[in-house]
Design a protein around this ligand. Structure first.
Ligand SMILES: [Zn+2]
Length: 874
């Protein structure tokens, strides 16, 4: 018996010995899986293949586990791989708990934190391919994962993976990844190979999907933010991108000036440490053309990796020089700009020019990603402990000049939007309290139930940067020279954008506070059946959403011209009067619940000047030039449940026999911000700075609405249509219509006027139909925007009304503004009447990236224009 057992054991040993090398090599390489090397010329793996590859690797190795972190906008599962040692894999929850404990540094002594830093594992998040055409990283990710699980790395992989947990998202825009590969494959081998798509590579946001990281409008942003600040709390996060083709081969941090002032200085040092190590490892391996400290500033907070800085996570960005998607390009040495062929301290090893291929990008990215994992290992204890230290410092008492708190008073013109702000802040990891009693702060009395954001919290830097007003430093190319613009926004203050009042409190105060676990949505009481009329206040965006749904169901809705005084409430001009019926009683409670909206009851409406509303047929124009502002407008409509039809160039074309009649189909046509040349011809003007980036499109996507389209629009307004033009689209009206208005900033030089995406004060006439529901003073997002001059019309066909204008002085609220005189007293919103219809000119970004909820109403009012009011225009 014993002997038999021994034999068995020996046999098993020999079998194991024989199989062992096969077991080790049992992981499939990307090349074997795809049939080509990752990043091969003109070859792309699409998201389905990438996902399938990761799932296969998951089955083949104990060092990788594939998780689904959410669903994309178009409903694709978003995957993220966890790569670490098998031993760590069994204790992931323990390590996630440790990073959470280190963040909530209040209850942790430095000694305990040190212990946790020794015991814990450093978590590194690598996100790829948010910008879908910047596709190299999505291909690289497969090989990177394969190298880690097969120990094919320049370091002792087992040792490193024992201390590091790598989270790898091969693409955080799977919809776009798939669109781009399909478009590329369709045109490979034709003259359109590697060219742009006619639509956005994110269903709503296109490139702006990397501007959403404090607003969380997009499903993808939400999924990754949950990983970042709720589920895993990584200490390091890199987002891998691509840039233009002819400058450096690769950008790695440190970033250039200026920094967001609230970020912990130690964080910037951590960024520099990781970035420099990447550059060092690349240089060591002969990779040329790596630059740091240029182009990308430390100021913007709306990008994926930037938001990490404000959460004490080392946020890094890599930007590879692009090829034409997967098509190699040749760059002649003479095509490289001087500062990229000469040696500089930030750029010590220029790239000489020549062929540049997708595989080059994959190689650089593999090296920098592996370098980052190694750095994480080398400084593991340090990174974990200092994450704690930065959170601890954030909780400590305020420094001189720092605010003590921000208070969001209970009383708001638009309370549901105020609640939405709280929801956004809390999702970003901000702690919010609610006062249980009245209190006084900085000499002002706040009632109980007001919301208090104490700055003493782990994510202080983030909370403060979102709630305070930005003061962008006036930095110039040389003393007295042209201003150096920020990479993106100069100002973004969220309460200003959303039209929610929020006070900065300098001095400490004490009151009874309760920490919110969730947003305290109010309980909504449905209006009584006996009430003949129901009132919805025009100051709330939610009222408009509700009205759109009611109109769709055939409800009788009026807009009141004046305030409506009720027993315990005064509704603003433009408020909605709804006739109560059994049908209304069926649908209204659900809508009020959905939008957290209070309705009011009214017996009689005879004395109220009012006009009936019809259910408007709304059209939104979409060019074939992938216009992000169109995408955001669409997002706002979907978000607010506003029905609309998307129209294209072909919808402006009639037949030989019959001209197109837009009025027969639509009541309102909206043009999002876009240059008039693009709208009319599909091409930028030859003098525009975008002209050189114009690429030829397949014939079905060539052209614009044309002369015929402009004529059709004129006829549309003449017959009583409402034409709405947002920001740059207003130029189409100035150029093509004889409107008594023009852009006062046309041809004004940067030295005279400069305002890089900032928040400005406007005065609003809220008794005019386009200004209904607005406060008399509001905040406009000015981004490549206009200041409109109007005049007394010479023709009786025209009239105009200034709805909003810039004040005389102190126009800047947040960001940077040079030369305010150029826009002082100029119009920001104009209602131009032409024959029977109206053209609503909104000269700034009233729906900017679906962030500026505070000015949505200008657009919503245009959609719900009460016609009979236009008879007494002034
Ligand atoms: Zn990018």
């Amino acid at each position: 018996m014993k002997r038999k057992n021994n034999l068995k054991r020996a046999l098993a040993f020999f079998i194991a010995l024989f199989l062992f090398p096969f077991l080790l090599g049992a992981q499939t390489s990307p090349e074997d899986f795809l049939g080509h090397k990752a990043g091969a010329d003109r070859k792309l793996a699409d998201y389905d293949q990438i996902k399938a590859y990761f799932e296969k690797l998951d089955q083949e190795s104990g060092k990788i586990k594939v998780l689904t972190i959410g669903k994309s906008t178009l409903n694709k599962p978003m995957i993220m791989a966890v790569i670490t040692s098998e031993e760590n894999m069994g204790k992931l929850d323990t390590y996630r708990e440790i990073t959470k404990k280190l963040r909530d540094a209040r209850s942790l002594t430095p000694k305990d934190a040190r212990k946790l830093a020794i015991e814990g594992k450093v978590i590194v998040l690598i996100t790829c391919n948010i910008h879908a055409t910047e596709i190299a990283a999505s291909q690289m990710a497969m090989e990177f994962a394969y190298k880690l699980v097969t120990s094919d790395t320049p370091f002792d992989t087992d040792q490193v993976l024992n201390e590091v947990i790598v989270l790898l998202a091969p693409t955080i825009n799977p919809d776009g990844q798939k669109m781009v590969t399909e478009w590329y494959r369709k045109y490979v081998g034709t003259k359109y190979e590697g060219g742009r798509m006619p639509w956005l590579y994110h269903h709503y946001a296109g490139h702006d999907n990397n501007r959403d990281w404090f607003m969380f409008n997009l499903a993808e942003t939400k999924a990754v933010t949950k990983v970042l600040y709720h589920d895993w709390i990584p200490q390091i996060h890199i987002d891998e991108h691509q840039m233009g083709s002819t400058r450096a081969r690769l950008f790695v941090p440190p970033f250039m000036d200026p920094p967001v002032p609230t970020v912990h200085p130690l964080l910037w040092r951590g960024v520099a440490l990781c970035g420099t190590n990447m550059a060092y490892d690349l240089q060591k391996n002969g990779f040329k053309g790596v630059v740091h400290g240029r182009s990308y500033t430390g100021w913007w907070i709306g990008a994926c990796d930037d938001t990490s800085w404000l959460h004490n996570t080392i946020g890094l960005l890599s930007e590879m020089a692009s090829v034409k998607v997967a098509t190699p390009i040749y760059i002649d040495p003479t095509e490289l700009p001087k500062s990229y062929y000469e040696k500089r301290m930030q750029f010590p090893d220029p790239w000489p020019g020549g062929w540049w291929r997708l595989r080059d990008l994959v190689d650089y990215e593999l090296t920098l990603s592996l370098s980052l994992v190694k750095t994480a290992y080398l400084y593991k204890e340090d990174f974990l402990y200092n994450f704690y230290k930065m959170c601890k410092d954030s909780i400590a008492e305020k420094g001189k000049g720092d605010p003590f708190a921000f208070v969001i008073p209970k009383k708001q013109g638009d309370y549901p939007t105020g609640l939405r702000l709280l929801d956004i802040l809390m999702f970003g990891g901000i702690e919010i309290h609610q006062a249980k009693e009245d209190f006084i702060a900085d000499g002002k009395v706040y009632p109980a139930s007001s919301f208090v954001v104490l700055m003493s919290q782990p994510y202080r830097a983030y909370a403060q940067a979102l709630l305070e007003k930005q003061k962008y430093p006036d930095i110039r190319q040389y003393p007295g020279g042209p201003p150096i613009p920020p990479y993106d926004n100069a100002g973004w203050t969220l309460p200003l954008q959303m039209g929610v009042s929020c006070d900065r409190i300098e001095n400490p105060f004490e009151t009874k506070l309760e920490k919110l676990e969730q947003v305290p949505y109010p309980t909504i009481t449905a209006p009584s059946e006996s009430s003949p009329y129901i009132i919805l206040d025009s100051r709330k965006n939610a009222s408009y959403s509700t009205v759109f749904s009611l109109l769709k169901e055939g409800a009788d809705v009026f807009r009141s011209k004046e305030c409506i005084e009720m027993k315990d409430f005064k509704a603003a001009p433009g408020s909605f009067i709804i006739k109560n019926t059994p049908q209304i009683q069926k649908i209204l409670p659900g809508l009020l619940e959905k939008w957290h909206l209070t309705a009011y009851e009214l017996d009689k409406i005879d004395d109220i000047p009012k006009a009936p509303l019809k259910n408007p047929s709304v059209a939104l124009y979409q060019s074939w030039r992938s216009n992000m502002d169109e995408g955001w407008t669409r997002y706002v409509f979907d978000d607010l449940a506003i029905p609309y039809t998307t129209i294209h160039n072909k919808d402006f074309k009639g037949t030989k026999k019959k001209k197109v009649n837009l009025k027969a189909k639509y009541d309102v046509i909206v043009f999002a911000s876009e240059s008039p040349e693009i709208i009319k011809s599909g091409k930028p003007s030859p003098t525009s700075r975008y002209a050189r980036y114009y690429t030829e499109m397949p014939p079905e996507y060539v052209g614009g609405i044309g002369k015929e389209g402009v004529e059709a629009l004129k006829a549309f307004v003449e017959q009583g249509g409402i034409l709405v033009t947002l920001n740059n689209a207003c130029e189409l009206i100035f150029k093509e219509f004889k409107v008594p208005a023009r852009n006062a900033l046309e041809k004004v030089e940067r030295s005279k006027f400069f305002c890089p995406t900032s928040l400005l004060k406007i005065k609003v006439d809220n008794k005019s139909p386009i200004g209904y529901g607005m406060p008399t003073e509001a905040t406009a997002m000015f981004s490549r925007s206009l200041a409109i001059s109007t005049w007394v019309p010479q023709s009786g066909d025209w009239d105009r009304k200034v709805v909003a204008s810039y004040p005389e002085e102190n126009i800047l609220l947040s960001g940077w503004l040079l030369g305010e005189d150029m826009i002082a007293r100029k119009a920001a919103v104009v209602d131009a009447k032409y024959k029977k219809g109206h053209i609503v000119l909104i000269g700034f970004r009233c729906q900017h990236r679906a962030q500026s909820h505070g000015t949505y109403k200008f657009l919503l009012n245009a959609l719900l224009y009460p016609f009979s009011f236009s008879d007494d225009f002034h």
